[in-house]
Design a binder for this molecule. Structure first.
Ligand code: AQP
Length: 335
């Protein structure tokens, strides 16, 4: 029986945070043995907000090295850079023509980002979810492991697949989101009402996967809590709740267990222990990352063969789509 397909991606729009890790990357390797997995670094998405070209190149390789350091295996998963597979942009164009403006207007990420980057609101930022739908539908993905913030975009991908299938006949698989109950939305350490983001202007708002030990300790110590000084897990203590979520996601201990462990202890002790939990989780990743990032030849091999494998599947889907919409097939006279 054919294996089911998993697809996910992360933007190289900065250095990856603990939010990206807990909400998405940490879950990626789990699928490798049972699914046909496609993991991409979505650089086309990253340019929907301003990027410095040399930083984008550096961040793209950094994300690739982190994928590998977190356990993705190029012999099991297809790991590639989105812009190396031109079908993503081409399918996005076709999907744009069946996407309603009203749907895109309702996207909360667009609303948030257009407030944040109000001097460079561009059409790409608006149609970002359509490109994401193309990423998913090109590979006929069954399952898409993402954080909670991507649920609405996933809904759109499903809608577009159904609309296209109804209009032109069965073409796309209808994907399902894979969003874990716990850790799917890690919040900012400085403002627990907003999610932790790699593009946050305040460096104390996030922990980076590559932060050193002292930086992690300092950021956790500075994390916003409250003045209750009583360890509990509830919506009146959002900062603390977020820290407990991080602890829980990295140790697989339930929130109630953690609350019980720290019942008679203060926030200081809890935070010190949490910092050590994070350091212990990230230490092996950082060690592997250091080896991998210095081996440019290996990285190039991984993304080059990933692009070939991804391209094969993507071109098959796009050919089908082009045929269904009525494009004249291209004739190759060089053969
Ligand atoms: N705070 C978070 N908690 C849990 N999951 C998260 N993800 C992002 N932030 C959190 C998940 O990480 C994956 C990759 O995200 P992305 O880089 O493609 O885009 P994003 O969701 O916009 O992430 P950032 O860090 O907030 O990036 P910027 O600042 O560039 O916009 C996705 O599965 C996402 O759900």
């Amino acid at each position: 029986m054919d294996k089911k397909t998993v697809l996910s991606g992360i933007q190289p729009s900065g250095s990856l945070t603990l939010g990206n890790y807990i909400g998405a990357l940490k879950n990626f390797p789990e699928f490798q043995n049972e699914y046909d997995c496609y993991y991409c670094i979505v650089d086309l998405h990253a340019i929907t907000v301003p990027q410095v070209p040399q930083d984008l190149r550096k961040n793209t390789l950094e994300v690739l090295a982190l994928y590998l350091a977190c356990g993705l295996d190029p012999d099991k998963s297809t790991i590639f850079i989105q812009s190396h597979v031109h079908e993503h942009a081409e399918l996005a164009w076709v999907l744009n023509t069946i996407t309603y403006m009203g749907q895109l207007n309702r996207m909360t990420q667009y609303k948030d980002k257009s407030k944040k980057y109000n001097e460079s609101i561009n059409a790409g930022l608006f149609t970002y979810p359509v490109l994401m739908a193309a990423d998913i539908l090109l590979y006929q993905a069954d399952l898409v492991p993402v954080g909670e913030d991507q649920r609405q975009h996933l809904e759109l991908a499903r809608d577009l697949a159904i609309r296209f299938n109804n209009k032109y006949s069965d073409t796309f698989n209808i994907p399902e989101p894979f969003i874990k109950k716990s850790g799917s939305k890690i919040m900012s350490l400085q403002d627990p009402a907003v999610k932790m983001s790699k593009s946050d202007q305040d460096k104390n708002a996030y922990i980076l996967l590559l932060d050193d030990k002292d930086t992690i300790r300092r950021k956790i110590r500075r994390a916003v809590t409250d003045s209750e000084n009583h360890i509990d897990y509830n919506d009146n203590q959002l900062g603390l709740k977020n820290l407990i979520d991080i602890y829980s996601s990295l140790t697989d201990k339930k929130a109630e267990e953690i609350v019980a462990m720290y019942q008679s202890k203060g926030y200081g002790e809890f935070k010190d222990d949490l910092a050590e939990v994070i350091i212990e989780s990230l230490d092996p990743i950082q060690k592997r990352y250091k080896e991998i990032i210095s081996d440019r030849v290996y990285l190039e091999q991984v993304y080059a063969s990933g692009a070939v494998k991804a391209g094969r599947k993507a071109s098959k889907t796009l050919r089908k789509v082009y045929k269904k919409v009525g494009f004249v097939p291209k004739t190759d006279i060089t053969k």
